[in-house]
Design a protein around this ligand. Sequence first.
Ligand code: GLU
Length: 440
Amino acid sequence: MTAAKPGDSVEVVTSEETIKGTLLQTPELEKGVVIIKLSSGYNIGISKDKIKKIALLPQQRKEEQIEKAVAAAKEKTQRKLPKISILHTGGTIASKVDYRTGGVVARFTPQEILEMFPELKEIAEIDSRLIRNMWSEDMRFAHYNIMAKEAAKEAAKGADGVIITHGTDTLHYSSAALAFALEGIGIPVILVGAQRSSDRGSTDAATNLISAAYFIANSDFAGVAICMHENMSDSSSLILPATKARKMHTSRRDAFRPINSTATARIDYEGRNIAFLAKDHPKKDKARKLQLRLFNEKLKIGILKTHPNMYTEEFAAYQKFDGLVIEGFALGQAPINQVDEFTTEHKRILAAIAALCKKMPVAMASQSIYGRLQMNVYSTARDLQAAGVIGNLSDMTPETTFVKLAWLLSNYKKAEVKELITKNLRGEISERTEPAAFLV
Ligand code: GLU
């Protein structure tokens, strides 16, 4: 159809439009599609059936190459590019639409991802490898340990920062897990996901990945964080605190929001500008000693959401577990009061909770998501505390409470867990409840 090779500037003429851009490598599974990178940074796939002509744009290509070479040479003499390691775990960001089935399944290789986002190479010296190839709903504690160990390896090799690409569904659990596991890390470790696969025009992968790389290369931030879209446009991304963020929408590209916190920073994607929004952040220090504090992969920790019409068996199911998070109502309540003839079950629920507390730490978290537990206000939560439920005054998300409980049980004695669950270790508990941190 054309003599153009990947990397060439081309003009693609279809029956509907004429599209100019850079021709990209067509992945194995999509031989029927031509993929073009537009000047906006978007990639689009055009079905070969629709294409009338692909014309090479030799003049433009030459100029572009010269411009790029001059810029690269200038950049090299001015400064050495920082080293960023990208560790891929899978998820939508590494996926593409399988045009045979219409589903998002097939995966890009790390090399293909790099080729799709050539801007990355202008920001940093990139080293990219696959550490897993999975959806994030399948993550287990063992995977937290793999990610932590691999990130630590990159730090030891001298990386200036690490990007971990990850499915979005449980990305906030993983970010919390890494924040706890990578104690004192002196470089940034940024988790990046995408809500639209990288081969789609509307993908958020480019903005999120490039913003994360830009942030690593141009700020003094160290520690674990998330980088995702700020709003529905592609103009900016947010750096979100690893322990105080959550996926709050099933499909929007700006699904990740800070919870009971501000975002850490905003990256203006188009203007390439970083604005810190949080008052303070841990600073880069490559000499700082990292303590790798991993998860005990055998631990069984549950999360149980309270709801009307509960039964004792729901609590009793956790008897053989090592720890439990009760995602209670609002300030920290659960159905434990016998108020009439229909609520006799509730007395048994309280006894079941007390029995669990004798065997394991049982921590409260609020299903309200926003706000702080206050378990001294109503007698219900006071009774729960008397039964042994811990966590009062925490404003952690249920997910962070779950991860923290698992991590504490992996690294501390049971008696210490009770003290530490409400002590701020990685920014997971805010000192004050800021009204501005609601529905940000
Ligand atoms: N459920 C998948 C995952 O979390 C796809 C969602 C995504 O990557 O955004 O890995």
